[in-house]
Design a protein around this ligand. Structure first.
Ligand code: F6P
Length: 543
Protein backbone atom coordinates (compact mmCIF):
# COMPACT_ATOMS: atom_id res chain seq x y z
CA UNK A 1 0.00 0.00 0.00
CA UNK A 2 1.22 3.52 -0.80
CA UNK A 3 2.18 5.71 2.12
CA UNK A 4 -0.82 7.41 3.62
CA UNK A 5 -0.64 11.14 3.69
CA UNK A 6 -4.24 12.19 4.27
CA UNK A 7 -5.77 13.51 1.08
CA UNK A 8 -6.66 16.87 2.58
CA UNK A 9 -3.06 17.35 3.68
CA UNK A 10 -1.61 16.94 0.22
CA UNK A 11 -0.11 20.11 -1.32
CA UNK A 12 -2.18 19.77 -4.50
CA UNK A 13 -5.36 19.51 -2.41
CA UNK A 14 -4.55 22.75 -0.64
CA UNK A 15 -3.75 24.37 -3.98
CA UNK A 16 -7.07 23.13 -5.39
CA UNK A 17 -8.89 24.55 -2.41
CA UNK A 18 -7.55 28.04 -2.90
CA UNK A 19 -8.04 27.72 -6.66
CA UNK A 20 -11.65 26.71 -5.96
CA UNK A 21 -12.25 29.91 -4.01
CA UNK A 22 -11.27 31.90 -7.09
CA UNK A 23 -13.16 29.76 -9.59
CA UNK A 24 -16.41 28.85 -7.84
CA UNK A 25 -18.23 31.97 -9.00
CA UNK A 26 -16.89 31.90 -12.58
CA UNK A 27 -19.53 31.30 -15.22
CA UNK A 28 -19.10 28.99 -18.17
CA UNK A 29 -20.39 31.85 -20.34
CA UNK A 30 -17.34 33.90 -19.37
CA UNK A 31 -14.91 31.00 -19.58
CA UNK A 32 -16.05 30.33 -23.14
CA UNK A 33 -16.12 34.01 -24.12
CA UNK A 34 -12.55 34.49 -22.89
CA UNK A 35 -11.20 31.46 -24.69
CA UNK A 36 -12.50 30.77 -28.19
CA UNK A 37 -10.48 27.55 -28.48
CA UNK A 38 -11.98 26.04 -25.33
CA UNK A 39 -14.65 23.93 -27.06
CA UNK A 40 -12.11 22.10 -29.18
CA UNK A 41 -9.19 22.12 -26.74
CA UNK A 42 -10.90 20.63 -23.73
CA UNK A 43 -11.65 17.38 -25.49
CA UNK A 44 -9.99 14.00 -25.60
CA UNK A 45 -10.50 10.82 -27.52
CA UNK A 46 -10.00 7.23 -26.52
CA UNK A 47 -10.58 4.32 -28.88
CA UNK A 48 -13.65 5.82 -30.51
CA UNK A 49 -15.01 7.61 -27.45
CA UNK A 50 -14.82 11.35 -28.08
CA UNK A 51 -15.18 13.24 -24.81
CA UNK A 52 -16.02 16.93 -24.84
CA UNK A 53 -15.37 18.07 -21.27
CA UNK A 54 -15.20 21.76 -22.12
CA UNK A 55 -18.56 22.52 -20.49
CA UNK A 56 -17.16 21.84 -17.03
CA UNK A 57 -16.34 24.45 -14.43
CA UNK A 58 -12.64 23.99 -14.89
CA UNK A 59 -9.77 25.94 -16.37
CA UNK A 60 -6.39 24.77 -17.58
CA UNK A 61 -5.14 25.59 -14.09
CA UNK A 62 -7.81 23.37 -12.48
CA UNK A 63 -6.79 20.49 -14.69
CA UNK A 64 -3.12 21.06 -13.98
CA UNK A 65 -3.78 20.93 -10.24
CA UNK A 66 -5.98 17.85 -10.57
CA UNK A 67 -3.23 16.09 -12.51
CA UNK A 68 -0.79 17.14 -9.80
CA UNK A 69 -3.14 15.64 -7.20
CA UNK A 70 -3.27 12.41 -9.21
CA UNK A 71 0.52 12.41 -9.20
CA UNK A 72 0.68 12.93 -5.44
CA UNK A 73 -1.80 10.10 -4.93
CA UNK A 74 0.38 7.87 -7.12
CA UNK A 75 -2.44 7.14 -9.54
CA UNK A 76 0.04 5.76 -12.05
CA UNK A 77 1.46 3.35 -9.49
CA UNK A 78 -2.01 2.27 -8.39
CA UNK A 79 -3.03 1.59 -12.01
CA UNK A 80 0.03 -0.59 -12.43
CA UNK A 81 -0.72 -2.34 -9.14
CA UNK A 82 -4.22 -3.21 -10.36
CA UNK A 83 -3.13 -4.38 -13.81
CA UNK A 84 -0.19 -6.24 -12.28
CA UNK A 85 -2.40 -8.40 -10.06
CA UNK A 86 -1.40 -6.92 -6.71
CA UNK A 87 -3.91 -7.54 -3.92
CA UNK A 88 -5.29 -4.02 -3.92
CA UNK A 89 -8.62 -5.20 -2.47
CA UNK A 90 -7.00 -5.16 0.93
CA UNK A 91 -10.00 -5.95 3.13
CA UNK A 92 -10.60 -9.19 1.24
CA UNK A 93 -6.93 -9.77 0.40
CA UNK A 94 -7.71 -10.15 -3.28
CA UNK A 95 -6.31 -9.01 -6.58
CA UNK A 96 -8.61 -6.90 -8.76
CA UNK A 97 -8.22 -8.20 -12.25
CA UNK A 98 -11.31 -7.66 -14.33
CA UNK A 99 -8.83 -6.33 -16.91
CA UNK A 100 -7.46 -9.89 -17.26
CA UNK A 101 -10.92 -11.04 -18.41
CA UNK A 102 -10.38 -9.20 -21.68
CA UNK A 103 -6.65 -9.71 -22.05
CA UNK A 104 -5.82 -11.25 -25.42
CA UNK A 105 -4.68 -14.84 -25.66
CA UNK A 106 -0.96 -14.89 -25.09
CA UNK A 107 -0.95 -12.02 -22.58
CA UNK A 108 0.54 -12.74 -19.18
CA UNK A 109 -1.20 -11.60 -16.01
CA UNK A 110 0.10 -13.19 -12.86
CA UNK A 111 -1.74 -13.79 -9.61
CA UNK A 112 0.13 -15.64 -6.84
CA UNK A 113 2.76 -16.67 -9.38
CA UNK A 114 0.25 -18.10 -11.86
CA UNK A 115 -0.63 -16.69 -15.29
CA UNK A 116 -4.44 -16.44 -15.26
CA UNK A 117 -4.95 -15.62 -18.95
CA UNK A 118 -5.01 -19.24 -20.24
CA UNK A 119 -7.81 -20.10 -17.79
CA UNK A 120 -9.76 -17.02 -18.82
CA UNK A 121 -9.62 -18.17 -22.44
CA UNK A 122 -10.50 -21.75 -21.54
CA UNK A 123 -13.71 -20.52 -19.94
CA UNK A 124 -14.42 -18.20 -22.87
CA UNK A 125 -13.98 -21.09 -25.29
CA UNK A 126 -16.29 -23.29 -23.21
CA UNK A 127 -18.91 -20.51 -23.10
CA UNK A 128 -18.63 -20.07 -26.86
CA UNK A 129 -19.03 -23.78 -27.56
CA UNK A 130 -22.04 -23.99 -25.24
CA UNK A 131 -23.60 -20.89 -26.79
CA UNK A 132 -23.11 -22.23 -30.31
CA UNK A 133 -24.92 -25.45 -29.38
CA UNK A 134 -27.84 -23.69 -27.74
CA UNK A 135 -28.16 -21.04 -30.47
CA UNK A 136 -28.08 -23.59 -33.28
CA UNK A 137 -30.58 -25.90 -31.60
CA UNK A 138 -28.01 -28.69 -31.27
CA UNK A 139 -28.45 -28.55 -27.49
CA UNK A 140 -31.67 -30.38 -26.77
CA UNK A 141 -33.81 -30.15 -23.71
CA UNK A 142 -34.90 -33.25 -21.78
CA UNK A 143 -37.78 -34.02 -24.15
CA UNK A 144 -35.68 -33.46 -27.27
CA UNK A 145 -36.89 -29.92 -28.00
CA UNK A 146 -34.39 -27.12 -28.61
CA UNK A 147 -34.08 -24.25 -26.12
CA UNK A 148 -36.26 -21.24 -26.88
CA UNK A 149 -36.04 -19.28 -23.62
CA UNK A 150 -33.12 -18.49 -21.38
CA UNK A 151 -33.65 -17.24 -17.83
CA UNK A 152 -30.66 -15.77 -16.02
CA UNK A 153 -31.12 -16.06 -12.25
CA UNK A 154 -28.81 -13.70 -10.39
CA UNK A 155 -28.75 -10.40 -8.56
CA UNK A 156 -26.45 -7.38 -8.31
CA UNK A 157 -23.37 -7.99 -10.40
CA UNK A 158 -24.76 -11.34 -11.49
CA UNK A 159 -27.77 -9.63 -13.01
CA UNK A 160 -27.24 -5.97 -13.86
CA UNK A 161 -24.37 -6.47 -16.32
CA UNK A 162 -26.11 -9.17 -18.37
CA UNK A 163 -29.40 -7.24 -18.24
CA UNK A 164 -27.71 -4.06 -19.44
CA UNK A 165 -25.60 -5.74 -22.13
CA UNK A 166 -28.48 -7.83 -23.47
CA UNK A 167 -30.59 -4.69 -23.76
CA UNK A 168 -27.77 -2.52 -25.10
CA UNK A 169 -26.80 -5.02 -27.79
CA UNK A 170 -30.23 -6.39 -28.57
CA UNK A 171 -29.77 -5.16 -32.15
CA UNK A 172 -27.19 -7.93 -32.60
CA UNK A 173 -29.12 -10.66 -30.78
CA UNK A 174 -30.57 -13.88 -32.12
CA UNK A 175 -34.24 -12.94 -32.05
CA UNK A 176 -35.74 -16.42 -31.90
CA UNK A 177 -34.35 -16.88 -28.39
CA UNK A 178 -36.10 -15.10 -25.54
CA UNK A 179 -34.08 -13.81 -22.59
CA UNK A 180 -35.42 -13.04 -19.14
CA UNK A 181 -33.65 -11.96 -15.99
CA UNK A 182 -34.91 -13.11 -12.63
CA UNK A 183 -33.36 -11.31 -9.67
CA UNK A 184 -35.77 -10.27 -6.94
CA UNK A 185 -36.66 -12.63 -4.11
CA UNK A 186 -40.18 -11.27 -4.48
CA UNK A 187 -42.22 -14.25 -5.73
CA UNK A 188 -43.87 -11.91 -8.21
CA UNK A 189 -40.62 -11.69 -10.13
CA UNK A 190 -40.47 -15.48 -10.33
CA UNK A 191 -44.14 -15.91 -11.24
CA UNK A 192 -44.10 -13.27 -13.96
CA UNK A 193 -40.82 -14.51 -15.39
CA UNK A 194 -41.93 -18.11 -15.92
CA UNK A 195 -45.68 -17.75 -16.39
CA UNK A 196 -45.72 -18.20 -20.17
CA UNK A 197 -42.61 -20.36 -20.53
CA UNK A 198 -42.47 -24.02 -21.45
CA UNK A 199 -40.14 -25.94 -19.11
CA UNK A 200 -39.21 -28.28 -21.98
CA UNK A 201 -37.76 -25.33 -23.92
CA UNK A 202 -36.32 -23.28 -21.05
CA UNK A 203 -32.73 -23.06 -19.91
CA UNK A 204 -31.95 -21.52 -16.52
CA UNK A 205 -28.55 -20.03 -15.83
CA UNK A 206 -27.97 -19.83 -12.10
CA UNK A 207 -25.48 -17.02 -11.90
CA UNK A 208 -23.86 -16.32 -8.55
CA UNK A 209 -20.25 -15.72 -7.69
CA UNK A 210 -20.70 -17.18 -4.22
CA UNK A 211 -23.66 -19.50 -4.94
CA UNK A 212 -24.97 -18.60 -1.51
CA UNK A 213 -26.91 -15.40 -2.20
CA UNK A 214 -30.34 -15.79 -0.63
CA UNK A 215 -32.33 -14.26 -3.48
CA UNK A 216 -30.59 -16.26 -6.20
CA UNK A 217 -30.66 -19.58 -4.40
CA UNK A 218 -34.34 -19.16 -3.51
CA UNK A 219 -35.20 -18.36 -7.12
CA UNK A 220 -33.02 -21.23 -8.36
CA UNK A 221 -34.81 -23.69 -6.07
CA UNK A 222 -38.22 -22.45 -7.22
CA UNK A 223 -37.05 -22.71 -10.83
CA UNK A 224 -35.92 -26.29 -10.31
CA UNK A 225 -39.22 -27.20 -8.68
CA UNK A 226 -41.15 -25.50 -11.52
CA UNK A 227 -39.09 -27.31 -14.13
CA UNK A 228 -39.36 -30.72 -12.44
CA UNK A 229 -43.10 -30.32 -11.95
CA UNK A 230 -43.42 -30.73 -15.72
CA UNK A 231 -40.33 -32.68 -16.73
CA UNK A 232 -40.63 -35.04 -13.74
CA UNK A 233 -37.19 -36.62 -14.13
CA UNK A 234 -34.29 -35.29 -11.93
CA UNK A 235 -31.98 -36.13 -14.86
CA UNK A 236 -33.64 -33.24 -16.75
CA UNK A 237 -31.77 -30.72 -14.54
CA UNK A 238 -28.60 -31.43 -16.53
CA UNK A 239 -30.35 -30.27 -19.72
CA UNK A 240 -32.12 -27.24 -18.32
CA UNK A 241 -29.74 -25.73 -15.75
CA UNK A 242 -26.31 -24.22 -16.17
CA UNK A 243 -24.31 -22.47 -13.47
CA UNK A 244 -21.94 -19.54 -13.39
CA UNK A 245 -19.95 -19.38 -10.19
CA UNK A 246 -16.62 -19.42 -8.42
CA UNK A 247 -17.98 -22.07 -6.04
CA UNK A 248 -17.93 -25.52 -7.71
CA UNK A 249 -18.76 -27.35 -4.47
CA UNK A 250 -22.01 -25.42 -3.97
CA UNK A 251 -22.95 -25.84 -7.64
CA UNK A 252 -22.59 -29.59 -7.27
CA UNK A 253 -24.54 -29.59 -4.01
CA UNK A 254 -27.40 -27.79 -5.78
CA UNK A 255 -27.49 -30.62 -8.33
CA UNK A 256 -26.15 -28.86 -11.41
CA UNK A 257 -23.72 -30.96 -13.42
CA UNK A 258 -20.32 -29.25 -13.13
CA UNK A 259 -19.93 -29.98 -16.86
CA UNK A 260 -22.49 -27.17 -17.26
CA UNK A 261 -20.65 -24.87 -14.91
CA UNK A 262 -18.70 -21.86 -16.14
CA UNK A 263 -16.24 -20.60 -13.59
CA UNK A 264 -14.59 -17.38 -12.67
CA UNK A 265 -12.28 -16.28 -9.91
CA UNK A 266 -12.20 -14.39 -6.64
CA UNK A 267 -10.22 -11.61 -8.34
CA UNK A 268 -13.33 -10.64 -10.32
CA UNK A 269 -15.67 -8.43 -8.31
CA UNK A 270 -19.40 -9.00 -8.91
CA UNK A 271 -19.91 -5.51 -10.32
CA UNK A 272 -16.89 -5.98 -12.60
CA UNK A 273 -17.97 -9.39 -13.90
CA UNK A 274 -20.16 -8.84 -16.96
CA UNK A 275 -17.27 -9.84 -19.22
CA UNK A 276 -16.56 -13.05 -17.28
CA UNK A 277 -18.70 -16.20 -17.35
CA UNK A 278 -21.39 -13.96 -15.82
CA UNK A 279 -21.83 -12.85 -19.44
CA UNK A 280 -23.08 -16.32 -20.43
CA UNK A 281 -26.58 -14.96 -21.18
CA UNK A 282 -24.92 -12.25 -23.27
CA UNK A 283 -22.93 -14.79 -25.30
CA UNK A 284 -26.09 -16.82 -25.77
CA UNK A 285 -27.93 -13.77 -27.05
CA UNK A 286 -25.21 -12.22 -29.20
CA UNK A 287 -23.04 -15.14 -30.16
CA UNK A 288 -19.36 -15.59 -29.39
CA UNK A 289 -18.07 -13.24 -32.10
CA UNK A 290 -19.99 -10.24 -30.84
CA UNK A 291 -19.10 -11.07 -27.23
CA UNK A 292 -15.41 -11.12 -28.13
CA UNK A 293 -15.78 -7.82 -29.96
CA UNK A 294 -17.18 -6.40 -26.73
CA UNK A 295 -14.17 -7.75 -24.83
CA UNK A 296 -11.90 -6.13 -27.42
CA UNK A 297 -13.59 -2.82 -26.67
CA UNK A 298 -12.97 -3.28 -22.95
CA UNK A 299 -9.36 -4.17 -23.64
CA UNK A 300 -8.78 -1.20 -25.92
CA UNK A 301 -9.99 1.15 -23.17
CA UNK A 302 -7.86 -0.70 -20.62
CA UNK A 303 -4.80 -0.08 -22.76
CA UNK A 304 -5.72 3.58 -23.14
CA UNK A 305 -6.12 3.95 -19.38
CA UNK A 306 -2.91 2.15 -18.60
CA UNK A 307 -0.63 3.81 -21.13
CA UNK A 308 -1.93 7.28 -21.98
CA UNK A 309 -0.50 10.32 -20.21
CA UNK A 310 -3.03 11.78 -17.79
CA UNK A 311 -3.49 14.93 -19.89
CA UNK A 312 -5.02 12.84 -22.70
CA UNK A 313 -6.40 9.98 -20.64
CA UNK A 314 -10.20 10.04 -20.85
CA UNK A 315 -11.03 7.99 -17.72
CA UNK A 316 -8.45 9.92 -15.71
CA UNK A 317 -9.71 13.32 -16.88
CA UNK A 318 -13.38 12.45 -16.27
CA UNK A 319 -12.57 10.78 -12.95
CA UNK A 320 -10.66 13.81 -11.71
CA UNK A 321 -13.38 16.21 -12.83
CA UNK A 322 -15.94 14.18 -10.91
CA UNK A 323 -13.73 14.40 -7.80
CA UNK A 324 -13.62 18.17 -8.35
CA UNK A 325 -17.42 18.40 -8.26
CA UNK A 326 -17.92 15.98 -5.41
CA UNK A 327 -15.19 17.05 -3.05
CA UNK A 328 -14.96 20.78 -3.84
CA UNK A 329 -18.34 21.90 -5.17
CA UNK A 330 -20.14 19.45 -2.86
CA UNK A 331 -22.17 17.95 -5.72
CA UNK A 332 -23.95 14.95 -4.24
CA UNK A 333 -25.24 13.31 -7.39
CA UNK A 334 -24.23 12.75 -10.99
CA UNK A 335 -26.60 12.08 -13.86
CA UNK A 336 -25.84 9.71 -16.73
CA UNK A 337 -28.07 10.44 -19.68
CA UNK A 338 -27.72 8.08 -22.62
CA UNK A 339 -29.39 9.30 -25.80
CA UNK A 340 -29.94 5.79 -27.06
CA UNK A 341 -32.92 3.69 -26.14
CA UNK A 342 -30.80 0.54 -26.15
CA UNK A 343 -28.85 1.99 -23.21
CA UNK A 344 -31.90 2.33 -21.02
CA UNK A 345 -30.45 0.04 -18.33
CA UNK A 346 -27.00 1.62 -18.45
CA UNK A 347 -27.66 4.03 -15.56
CA UNK A 348 -28.93 1.15 -13.38
CA UNK A 349 -25.81 -0.83 -14.23
CA UNK A 350 -23.63 2.14 -13.36
CA UNK A 351 -25.36 2.55 -10.02
CA UNK A 352 -23.89 -0.67 -8.72
CA UNK A 353 -20.54 -0.09 -10.39
CA UNK A 354 -20.12 3.39 -8.95
CA UNK A 355 -22.02 3.30 -5.67
CA UNK A 356 -21.06 -0.15 -4.43
CA UNK A 357 -17.46 0.70 -5.32
CA UNK A 358 -17.09 4.21 -3.96
CA UNK A 359 -19.84 4.42 -1.35
CA UNK A 360 -17.21 4.33 1.39
CA UNK A 361 -16.53 6.55 4.39
CA UNK A 362 -13.15 5.43 5.63
CA UNK A 363 -9.76 5.50 3.93
CA UNK A 364 -7.76 2.38 3.15
CA UNK A 365 -5.97 3.07 6.40
CA UNK A 366 -9.28 3.06 8.31
CA UNK A 367 -9.54 6.78 9.07
CA UNK A 368 -12.85 8.54 8.63
CA UNK A 369 -12.72 10.79 5.55
CA UNK A 370 -13.35 14.52 5.88
CA UNK A 371 -14.44 15.04 2.27
CA UNK A 372 -17.24 13.81 0.05
CA UNK A 373 -16.67 10.45 -1.67
CA UNK A 374 -18.86 8.60 -4.20
CA UNK A 375 -21.80 10.44 -5.71
CA UNK A 376 -25.31 9.12 -6.18
CA UNK A 377 -25.42 8.09 -9.84
CA UNK A 378 -28.74 8.09 -11.58
CA UNK A 379 -30.29 8.69 -14.96
CA UNK A 380 -32.69 7.75 -17.70
CA UNK A 381 -32.39 7.79 -21.44
CA UNK A 382 -32.98 11.01 -23.29
CA UNK A 383 -35.18 12.47 -24.50
CA UNK A 384 -37.60 10.94 -21.96
CA UNK A 385 -35.79 12.45 -18.97
CA UNK A 386 -36.15 15.92 -20.48
CA UNK A 387 -39.87 15.70 -19.87
CA UNK A 388 -39.56 14.64 -16.27
CA UNK A 389 -36.53 15.53 -14.12
CA UNK A 390 -34.40 17.85 -16.28
CA UNK A 391 -36.37 20.79 -14.90
CA UNK A 392 -34.57 20.37 -11.59
CA UNK A 393 -31.19 20.14 -13.29
CA UNK A 394 -31.83 23.36 -15.22
CA UNK A 395 -33.50 25.53 -12.62
CA UNK A 396 -33.30 23.76 -9.27
CA UNK A 397 -30.95 24.55 -6.41
CA UNK A 398 -28.64 21.58 -6.87
CA UNK A 399 -25.50 21.20 -8.90
CA UNK A 400 -25.80 17.98 -10.89
CA UNK A 401 -22.96 17.21 -13.29
CA UNK A 402 -24.30 15.32 -16.30
CA UNK A 403 -22.78 12.85 -18.73
CA UNK A 404 -24.54 12.81 -22.07
CA UNK A 405 -23.82 9.68 -24.11
CA UNK A 406 -24.67 9.74 -27.80
CA UNK A 407 -23.90 8.13 -31.14
CA UNK A 408 -23.43 9.73 -34.54
CA UNK A 409 -25.13 6.87 -36.34
CA UNK A 410 -28.40 5.26 -35.36
CA UNK A 411 -28.76 1.51 -35.49
CA UNK A 412 -32.34 2.07 -36.55
CA UNK A 413 -32.39 5.04 -38.91
CA UNK A 414 -36.01 6.08 -39.26
CA UNK A 415 -36.82 9.32 -41.05
CA UNK A 416 -35.56 12.36 -39.12
CA UNK A 417 -35.54 10.65 -35.72
CA UNK A 418 -31.81 10.56 -35.22
CA UNK A 419 -31.18 14.21 -36.09
CA UNK A 420 -33.97 15.18 -33.72
CA UNK A 421 -32.52 12.99 -30.97
CA UNK A 422 -29.03 14.42 -31.42
CA UNK A 423 -30.29 18.00 -31.62
CA UNK A 424 -31.64 17.43 -28.13
CA UNK A 425 -28.28 16.23 -26.79
CA UNK A 426 -26.46 19.29 -28.04
CA UNK A 427 -29.28 21.62 -26.98
CA UNK A 428 -29.42 20.25 -23.45
CA UNK A 429 -25.68 20.56 -22.90
CA UNK A 430 -25.78 24.07 -24.34
CA UNK A 431 -28.77 25.13 -22.24
CA UNK A 432 -27.25 23.74 -19.05
CA UNK A 433 -23.96 25.54 -19.60
CA UNK A 434 -25.10 28.89 -20.92
CA UNK A 435 -28.64 29.20 -19.65
CA UNK A 436 -30.74 32.21 -20.52
CA UNK A 437 -30.12 35.52 -18.80
CA UNK A 438 -32.80 37.86 -17.50
CA UNK A 439 -31.85 40.28 -20.30
CA UNK A 440 -32.40 37.60 -22.91
CA UNK A 441 -35.74 36.76 -21.35
CA UNK A 442 -36.74 40.44 -21.36
CA UNK A 443 -35.78 40.66 -25.01
CA UNK A 444 -38.57 38.14 -25.64
CA UNK A 445 -41.00 40.78 -24.31
CA UNK A 446 -41.86 38.76 -21.25
CA UNK A 447 -43.82 40.49 -18.49
CA UNK A 448 -41.42 41.58 -15.77
CA UNK A 449 -42.88 39.41 -13.00
CA UNK A 450 -42.31 36.33 -15.13
CA UNK A 451 -38.66 37.10 -15.84
CA UNK A 452 -37.17 35.22 -12.84
CA UNK A 453 -39.30 32.17 -13.64
CA UNK A 454 -38.09 32.08 -17.22
CA UNK A 455 -34.45 32.76 -16.48
CA UNK A 456 -32.00 29.87 -16.67
CA UNK A 457 -28.91 30.44 -14.53
CA UNK A 458 -26.73 28.09 -16.62
CA UNK A 459 -23.24 27.22 -15.40
CA UNK A 460 -24.43 23.64 -14.99
CA UNK A 461 -21.70 21.29 -16.08
CA UNK A 462 -21.78 18.36 -18.44
CA UNK A 463 -19.63 16.04 -20.49
CA UNK A 464 -20.70 14.89 -23.92
CA UNK A 465 -19.44 11.44 -24.88
CA UNK A 466 -19.90 11.01 -28.60
CA UNK A 467 -19.28 7.65 -30.25
CA UNK A 468 -19.87 6.60 -33.82
CA UNK A 469 -22.27 3.69 -33.36
CA UNK A 470 -23.48 1.40 -30.59
CA UNK A 471 -21.51 -1.73 -31.45
CA UNK A 472 -20.38 -4.49 -29.05
CA UNK A 473 -16.89 -2.93 -29.20
CA UNK A 474 -18.29 0.50 -28.33
CA UNK A 475 -20.24 -0.89 -25.36
CA UNK A 476 -17.04 -2.50 -24.07
CA UNK A 477 -15.20 0.82 -24.30
CA UNK A 478 -17.99 2.63 -22.47
CA UNK A 479 -18.21 0.19 -19.58
CA UNK A 480 -14.44 0.06 -19.17
CA UNK A 481 -14.37 3.86 -19.28
CA UNK A 482 -16.66 4.05 -16.25
CA UNK A 483 -14.81 1.24 -14.46
CA UNK A 484 -11.64 3.29 -14.75
CA UNK A 485 -13.37 6.52 -13.78
CA UNK A 486 -14.45 4.74 -10.60
CA UNK A 487 -10.90 3.50 -10.06
CA UNK A 488 -9.47 6.99 -10.50
CA UNK A 489 -11.96 8.42 -8.01
CA UNK A 490 -11.20 5.68 -5.49
CA UNK A 491 -7.44 6.26 -5.68
CA UNK A 492 -7.81 10.00 -5.12
CA UNK A 493 -10.25 9.50 -2.26
CA UNK A 494 -7.98 6.81 -0.83
CA UNK A 495 -10.85 4.40 -0.32
CA UNK A 496 -11.28 0.67 -1.01
CA UNK A 497 -13.31 0.55 -4.21
CA UNK A 498 -13.46 -3.24 -4.38
CA UNK A 499 -15.22 -4.47 -1.27
CA UNK A 500 -18.86 -3.98 -0.25
CA UNK A 501 -19.13 -4.55 3.49
CA UNK A 502 -22.06 -2.16 3.60
CA UNK A 503 -24.41 -4.79 2.22
CA UNK A 504 -23.63 -7.35 4.92
CA UNK A 505 -25.50 -6.03 7.96
CA UNK A 506 -28.90 -6.02 6.24
CA UNK A 507 -28.29 -9.58 4.99
CA UNK A 508 -27.42 -10.81 8.50
CA UNK A 509 -30.42 -9.11 10.10
CA UNK A 510 -32.76 -10.49 7.43
CA UNK A 511 -31.62 -14.05 8.10
CA UNK A 512 -32.31 -13.49 11.77
CA UNK A 513 -35.81 -12.20 11.01
CA UNK A 514 -36.83 -14.96 8.55
CA UNK A 515 -37.47 -17.61 11.27
CA UNK A 516 -39.38 -15.03 13.30
CA UNK A 517 -41.74 -14.48 10.37
CA UNK A 518 -42.10 -18.19 9.71
CA UNK A 519 -42.46 -19.40 13.32
CA UNK A 520 -45.71 -21.23 14.00
CA UNK A 521 -46.03 -19.73 17.47
CA UNK A 522 -45.44 -16.14 18.61
CA UNK A 523 -41.63 -15.70 18.64
CA UNK A 524 -39.76 -14.01 21.46
CA UNK A 525 -38.77 -10.81 19.64
CA UNK A 526 -35.70 -8.95 20.84
CA UNK A 527 -35.44 -6.10 18.32
CA UNK A 528 -36.17 -2.43 18.94
CA UNK A 529 -39.81 -1.54 19.58
CA UNK A 530 -40.42 -0.44 15.99
CA UNK A 531 -39.07 -3.63 14.39
CA UNK A 532 -40.88 -5.79 16.95
CA UNK A 533 -44.18 -4.05 16.24
CA UNK A 534 -43.75 -4.31 12.46
CA UNK A 535 -43.01 -8.03 12.69
CA UNK A 536 -46.07 -8.60 14.89
CA UNK A 537 -48.29 -6.63 12.53
CA UNK A 538 -46.97 -8.55 9.51
CA UNK A 539 -47.55 -11.89 11.23
CA UNK A 540 -51.07 -10.79 12.04
CA UNK A 541 -51.70 -9.50 8.52
CA UNK A 542 -50.52 -12.56 6.64
CA UNK A 543 -52.85 -14.95 8.46
O1 F6P B 1 -24.79 -8.15 -1.77
C1 F6P B 1 -24.00 -7.52 -2.71
C2 F6P B 1 -23.40 -8.53 -3.61
O2 F6P B 1 -22.43 -9.22 -2.96
C3 F6P B 1 -22.86 -7.87 -4.86
O3 F6P B 1 -21.62 -7.30 -4.67
C4 F6P B 1 -22.90 -8.98 -5.82
O4 F6P B 1 -22.77 -8.53 -7.14
C5 F6P B 1 -24.25 -9.55 -5.51
O5 F6P B 1 -24.36 -9.45 -4.11
C6 F6P B 1 -24.48 -10.97 -5.96
O6 F6P B 1 -23.56 -11.86 -5.41
P1 F6P B 1 -23.38 -13.32 -5.99
O7 F6P B 1 -22.92 -13.20 -7.39
O8 F6P B 1 -22.35 -13.98 -5.11
O9 F6P B 1 -24.70 -14.02 -5.90
Amino acid sequence: MAEHTLLTQRPAWAALQSHFQGLKAAHLRDLFAADPGRGTRLTAEAVGVFADYSKNRVTDETLKLLFALAGECDLKGRIEAMFGGEKINITENRAVLHTALRAPKGAVVTVDGKNVVPEVHEVLDAMSAFADRVRSGAWKGHTGKPIRSVVNIGIGGSDLGPVMANEALRFYAQRDLTFRFLSNVDGTDFAETVRDLDPAETLFIVCSKTFTTQETMTNAESARAWSLATLKDPASVAKHFAAVSTNAAKVKEFGIDTANMFGFWDWVGGRYSMDSAVGLATVLALGPTHFRQMLDGFHAMDQHFRTTPFEKNVPVILGLISVWYGSFFGAETAAVLPYDQYLKRFPAYLQQLTMESNGKRVTLGGAEVDYQTGAVYWGEPGTNGQHSFYQLIHQGTKLIPCDFIAFSKSLNPVGRHHDLLMANVFAQAEALAFGKTAEQVRADKVEEWLVPHKTFPGNRPSNVLLLEKLTPFALGTLVALYEHIVFTQGVIWDIGSFDQWGVELGKALASRIVPELEAATEPDLKHDSSTNALIRRYRQGKK
